[in-house]
Design a protein around this ligand. Structure first.
Ligand SMILES: NC(=O)c1ccc[n+]([C@@H]2O[C@H](COP(=O)([O-])OP(=O)(O)OC[C@H]3O[C@@H](n4cnc5c(N)ncnc54)[C@H](O)[C@@H]3O)[C@@H](O)[C@H]2O)c1
Length: 252
């Protein structure tokens, strides 16, 4: 990919799954990667593995819901690699107890909001000044097909994911003239470790039957899209919500 080598990219929620695959892909492309995760040891393990294979990466503790922690990971990127070119705000969680609107406790909504919306806002506040200082850069947010899929079984996750789309459009509109691009990726069903652990074989089989594709998603499928959006090849993509899902939802 053009213009990714030497770029400094933060991957938040990069300790496993889609984030870890993205960190590895970015490093393969020659980017310098700062991996943050609530599970700091996972982040350090991914970073150590990248370094062992000749790449450039560092892993740190990150609580994405905390402004100081977001400021610290941006400071780490600047201290380690001299600046920041892109921030992949990928973390998510807090879906336990998230059911239909009549039965979802407000505490579950608050928790989902903190992890799945507020963290992306705080990431944006921490990263933007450094991107602008650099003459521009990319914010890439991970949302979900659940944001637009009309999930009957849960209310908070889709609500809080949708808010990210508005955030990205705001950032794209307000800071585009300063060289900042902001885009969202909505994965379909991707077979990460967590998905494999928590979903039954029957659910996964149903997921495959429901899409016009030969297979379900691999974390590398999403990593490739993030790498493109962070690279110079993605230079004219701004303010978009991309559904990367094997055709599960076909959207304009
Ligand atoms: N896997 C899928 O099928 C799928 C589908 C649609 C959307 N997504 C989205 O893709 C992203 C990655 O999903 P995944 O399947 O790889 O999930 P995952 O649970 O494997 O990875 C998420 C990572 O975020 C970290 N994290 C959670 N809360 C955090 C916090 N407060 N601060 C820092 N790190 C925190 C976790 O420790 C974990 O390592 C998420 O935003 C998820 O909503 C995934």
């Amino acid at each position: 990919m053009r213009g990714l080598s030497g770029k400094v990219v933060i991957v938040a929620g990069g300790g496993r799954g889609i984030g870890a695959a993205t960190a590895r892909r970015l490093a393969d492309e020659g980017a310098h990667v700062v991996i943050g995760d609530l599970m700091g040891d996972w982040a350090r393990e991914v970073a150590d593995d990248i370094v062992a294979k000749g790449g450039k990466a560092v892993g740190v503790d990150l609580d994405g819901t905390n402004a100081e922690s977001q400021a610290a990971i941006v400071a780490k990127a600047v201290e380690s690699y001299g600046g920041l070119d892109a921030y992949h705000s990928n973390l998510a969680g807090g879906t336990e107890g998230d059911v239909d609107a009549l039965n979802c406790p407000v505490e579950v909504l608050d928790k989902s909001f903190a992890i799945n919306t507020k963290s992306h806002f705080l990431a944006t506040q921490a990263a933007l000044p450094k991107l602008i200082e650099r003459g521009g850069g990319a914010m890439i947010y991970t949302s979900s097909g659940a944001a637009s899929g009309g999930a009957a079984w849960q209310v908070a996750y889709p609500m809080t994911k949708n808010a990210i789309h508005a955030l990205a459009r705001h950032v794209a509109s307000k800071y585009g003239k300063e060289g900042v691009r902001a885009n969202v990726i909505c994965p379909g069903l991707v077979l990460t470790e967590a998905v494999k652990q928590h979903l039954t074989d029957e659910y996964v089989e149903r997921g495959l039957k429901a899409i016009p594709h030969t297979r379900l998603g691999d974390p590398a499928d999403i990593a490739a899209s993030v790498a493109f959006l962070a690279s110079d090849d993605g230079a004219w993509v701004n303010g978009q919500v991309w559904h990367v899902n094997g055709g599960a939802q076909m959207r304009d």
